[in-house]
Design a protein around this ligand. Structure first.
Ligand code: ADE
Ligand code: ZN
Length: 346
């Protein structure tokens, strides 16, 4: 027999919202910083991963990209990151955000980032059987024109593993303002790329950003999107369009200050029937992992195991991979659910 906590940890999972740099393990992060003589913002591990709010975190997150320089760094992060996520959360498939503009400011070209990233993730797939896709994130610190240029690079480079675009960070004004990048999104959609965006993440965000991401940008999926619950008509819209959400309960608690309990917006989103999936977002920085997001996150939200299974299945349905891969995962997840159900002490 196994406990509910073990059951949630062992459930097969996809992860559709994690930033590649945040899949670094802490020892590897510190090792790579030493390799390049990168001075981190703190030496005490307690301080290193302590942030006041989203804006405070984003400064450190951006700086952390300085430890990723050579192809072998990307490969090690990819392989170690997947190994860890399989061990602690039974990860079966993952989609990564990469923000090439963070690397461009360090003199690295798009190809110098994407090619080793793909090579590393392919190796991780061979070793652990964890499939993957990449979503290129527009850096909201940068201009609308540079976002269009980035999408042009994605299209010209043409890697089949890069299946979509998103937007992360905050604008220089500290807002989400998704429509600033409407031209980049239009271009991406014309070339068959999938669309997502970080919106409605904290109290500083607005439900309007969620509406704009759906109505103006035409997003297929939304990252966070919690402020949707502040506007009932938006819930109807998202249900009608089948929009999926990548929620990150433990990570978000640190950024938002919201208490993780049954009154949380993520629980309301699940109860409203929205297609909620779970991810870590920034596991390294917020000291979380995929197992913890389910085990601790769902337990504190008061979500039962049947809903947990539905959330895991949502993570297949909302993925930006092929139907054949989804079919394979559905069958694999169903078999593992049966085995776990037989073990669960109800
Ligand atoms: N980049 C990495 N994590 C992020 C988050 N939670 N919000 C916006 N941008 C991010
Ligand atoms: Zn994110």
């Amino acid at each position: 027999m196994i406990s509910t906590s073990d059951y949630l940890q062992l459930l097969p999972k996809t992860e559709l919202h994690c930033h590649f740099a945040s899949t670094l393990t802490a020892p590897l992060f510190i090792e790579l910083a030493a390799k390049y003589g990168v001075e981190l913002w703190a030496t005490d591990p307690e301080e290193l991963f302590n942030f006041d709010d989203l804006a405070d975190f984003l400064v450190a997150f951006r700086a952390a990209h300085d430890v990723l320089r050579e192809p072998e760094d990307f490969e090690r992060v990819a392989v170690e990151g997947v190994r860890h996520a399989v061990a602690v959360g039974n990860l079966r498939y993952r989609e990564y955000f990469i923000n090439p503009q963070y690397f461009a400011e360090r003199g690295m070209t798009y190809a110098e980032v994407i090619d080793p990233l793909i090579a590393g993730l392919r190796r991780a797939e061979r070793e652990f059987g964890v499939g993957f896709r990449i979503v290129v994130a527009i850096n909201r610190q940068d201009s609308a024109e540079s976002a269009v240029e980035l999408v042009r690079q994605v299209i010209a480079h043409g890697a089949p593993e890069v299946v979509g675009i998103g937007q992360d960070d905050l604008t220089p004004e500290g807002t989400e303002d998704p429509t600033r990048f409407v031209a980049a999104y239009r271009l991406a959609r014309e070339h068959g790329l999938k669309l997502t965006a970080h919106v409605g993440e904290t109290d500083n965000a607005t439900p309007d950003a969620v509406r704009e991401a759906i109505e103006v940008l035409g997003c297929d999926r939304l990252d966070h999107g919690y402020r949707i619950m502040d506007e009932p008509s938006l819930v109807e819209l998202a249900l009608a369009r089948g929009i999926a959400f990548t929620a990150t309960p433990v990570s978000t608690t640190i950024c938002s200050g919201w208490v993780l309990d049954p009154s949380h917006r993520i629980r309301a989103m699940i109860d409203a029937g929205l297609k909620v999936t779970l991810s870590t977002d920034d596991a390294l920085f917020f000291r979380t992992d995929l197992g913890r997001e389910y085990r601790e996150g769902l337990t504190l939200l008061g979500v039962d195991v049947d809903s947990a299974k539905q959330i895991a299945v949502n993570g297949i349905e909302a993925a930006f991979c092929t139907d054949a891969e989804k079919s394979r995962m559905r069958a694999e997840f169903a078999a593992q659910f049966l085995a776990l159900d037989a073990l669960l002490a109800r």
